[in-house]
Design a protein around this ligand. Sequence first.
Ligand SMILES: CC(=O)N[C@@H](CCCN)C(=O)O
Ligand SMILES: NC(=O)OP(=O)(O)O
Length: 315
Amino acid sequence: MRHFINTGDYDRATLETILTHAMTHRGERSTALSGRTVALMFFDSSLRTRASFAVGIAQLGGTSVTFEVGRGTWNLEYQEGVVMDGDKPEHIADAAQVLSRYFDVLAIRCFPSLKRPEEDAADPVIEAFRRYATVPVINLESALYHPCQAMADMLTIRERFGRTEGVRVALAWTPHIKALPTAVPNSFALVAAQLGCRLTIVAPPEFPLPDVVMERLGDVEVVHDQSVLARQDVVYAKSWASLVNYGAPPPARYRDWILTPEKLGSARFLHCLPLRRNVEVTDAVLASAQNDCYDEAENRLHVQKSILQFCLHLI
Ligand SMILES: CC(=O)N[C@@H](CCCN)C(=O)O
Ligand SMILES: NC(=O)OP(=O)(O)O
């Protein structure tokens, strides 16, 4: 069974095959997914993921059905062995087995609580689907990973530089008004290391990435000083929550970590979006010719069409 839950589940050659397919089939309209159905299940909000999956599936002749879990479906319990006398009338154990009878792929978005660190670290919702689904599961951003975003990021870098090997990329922490998940930086750091980028993590000391990610990165450089940004080929800006003060918004003293054109230097700018302008990144960065974040968003569409076909053993 080919799930797509974490790029770390696959070797470099497999990831490269998917990227190459996305490059050579860019804009494909076909009947590759004719007669196939995909459930898009959102426990949390989305613009790009929702749109790009629905459009990509349609372009390949397949059908998607979008669910907003708890609004139009039953709220779904994910804990094992609980007495279900609370606000969740159905268990993922049952829902996943039933949906697997209707759909060829189950695609799931489920953010962390950002309140219960041990629970979030176990990625309980996507892991419940992995356990109980009898068809491939695609991760649309879970508590820990956003593999489709990471693949689109690498596609964007490969298109821009002709390769990923040796490209100097900084994963650059930005300020925010809220605590945000680490799924995007986790998956970006992982895939960058997997595909041979020269990765530097640039963040204040209270914002490490989880051990489960760091131990897979090898000898990655971590610095607490933004002056390294201007020496990069790519600056990948993202805010994420402190693992030290779990769930707390970033302290106001880090507001000056906002990304500006001066800090960016001549590097290309990437961000998964959505972003809060003039909190994370200034308008001037987004207006600059170095901004590749719309190409990056477009690449979600292209790479996910390849991921779907990979999961169904069509490539
Ligand atoms: C603002 C917000 O909640 N961002 C989410 C979603 C990012 C892209 N899917 C995050 O930081 O993980
Ligand atoms: N980048 C991304 O996943 O965007 P959405 O949250 O809008 O889907």
